[in-house]
Ligand binder design. Structure first.
Ligand SMILES: [Zn+2]
Ligand SMILES: [Zn+2]
Length: 335
């Protein structure tokens, strides 16, 4: 599969330039658009993770050169519906073009589910009588949870065109975190709940190659490791992944660097925690994303360098070798 970074900024878009009061910020190298990742599987299927502002330019490409002029098919998966992960959808041109077949996936907010008191998948499903999906955990096509949140974003006070104008979206699928939401002979997509205010969902793509090898990509944005077992859950979900895209917005809790401090409870992680989880999970490449919007290029260059040094030290100490780098908007990976 090929993985393209269409947006790697966290929380709010961050353009390069000079502000009203002459503060300068340069974000060109890592990008200023909020979260969006494009995955092209070897079997030709197209998958998009999150609709932050990075999805706008992806949509321009898809609707002009990418075949989404009424004949395109893609799945769009939401980690969660915080603004920085949905705000690009009203500007995603392929979604407006009739004939395109876009299916949108997001977590069903089943009553009573949040971390710590999350019931099992089975008991959550038992609360729903409308579960027509052919995979366990798919609750309803046209489910009102995700669709309602997206419709609210485009109600008449907020945006000129309603969600109904997005004729290229064929289905809205709500699922319970933990479900396998996609499965073909060559590609399987599993999900896992993450600790984040309002919850967030991690996606694991397992692709089977023609020669029988497997390649694994995990997308884990917006999570704060917690003490109630979430670490073990994340470690298991990342197990033996070739590449993990992980939230690395903050400085580690005891960092000597005092800018961009760790903010407990805000739902984000840091490179030290991510490296620790990745080492336990046997991850080959860790790519940090959801970059802090108030910090510019020089800071992120230095953060990347410190993270790389720590990865080398960890490898010397534990023998677990994980490469690490920061996600850069516009970059591609091949697994
Ligand atoms: Zn976010
Ligand atoms: Zn969030």
């Amino acid at each position: 599969m090929k993985i393209g970074i269409a947006g790697a900024r966290g929380s709010i878009p961050t353009p390069t330039g000079k502000t009203l009061f002459n503060r300068e910020i340069s974000t060109a190298k890592y990008g200023g658009n909020t979260t969006c990742v494009y995955v092209m599987a070897d079997d030709g299927t197209k998958h998009i993770l999150d609709a932050g502002t990075g999805i706008r330019d992806l949509g321009v490409y898809l609707s002009t050169e990418g075949g989404f002029n009424g004949h395109g098919e893609a799945n769009l998966y939401f980690s969660h519906t915080h603004w920085d992960h949905i705000q690009g959808l009203p500007f995603f041109v392929p979604a407006y073009i009739p004939g395109n077949k876009i299916t949108v996936f997001g977590e069903a907010k089943v009553k009573g589910i949040h971390l710590g008191v999350r019931p099992s998948l089975e008991s959550a499903l038992a609360q729903h009588s409308d579960q027509p999906g052919n995979l366990p955990g798919l609750l309803s096509i046209e489910g009102d949870g995700l669709r309602r949140v997206l419709a609210n974003q485009q109600n008449f006070r907020n945006f000129p065109a309603p969600l109904e104008a997005l004729k290229g979206i064929e289905n809205y699928v709500d699922f319970v975190a933990g479900a396998t939401i996609y499965e073909t002979a060559t590609l399987k997509i599993d999900t896992c709940p993450l600790n984040h205010p309002g919850n967030s969902i991690s996606y694991r793509f397992t692709e089977k190659k023609a020669d029988g090898r497997k390649k694994v990509l995990v997308f884990s944005t917006d999570f704060e490791p917690d003490a109630d077992g979430a670490d073990e859950r994340v470690t298991a979900f990342w197990g033996d992944a070739d590449m993990v895209l992980a939230d690395g917005q903050y400085e580690p809790q005891n960092s000597d660097v005092k800018v961009n401090p760790f903010m407990v409870g805000w739902g984000h992680s840091d490179y030290r925690t991510d490296l620790c989880l990745a080492a336990k999970a046997g991850v080959k490449l860790l790519v940090l994303t959801h970059h802090e919007p108030k910090m510019g290029e020089a800071y992120h260059d230095q953060l990347e360098e410190r993270a790389k040094q720590e990865a080398v030290r960890n490898a010397e100490k534990t023998g677990c070798k994980t490469d690490i780098e920061l996600a850069k908007e516009g970059s591609w990976y091949t697994l």
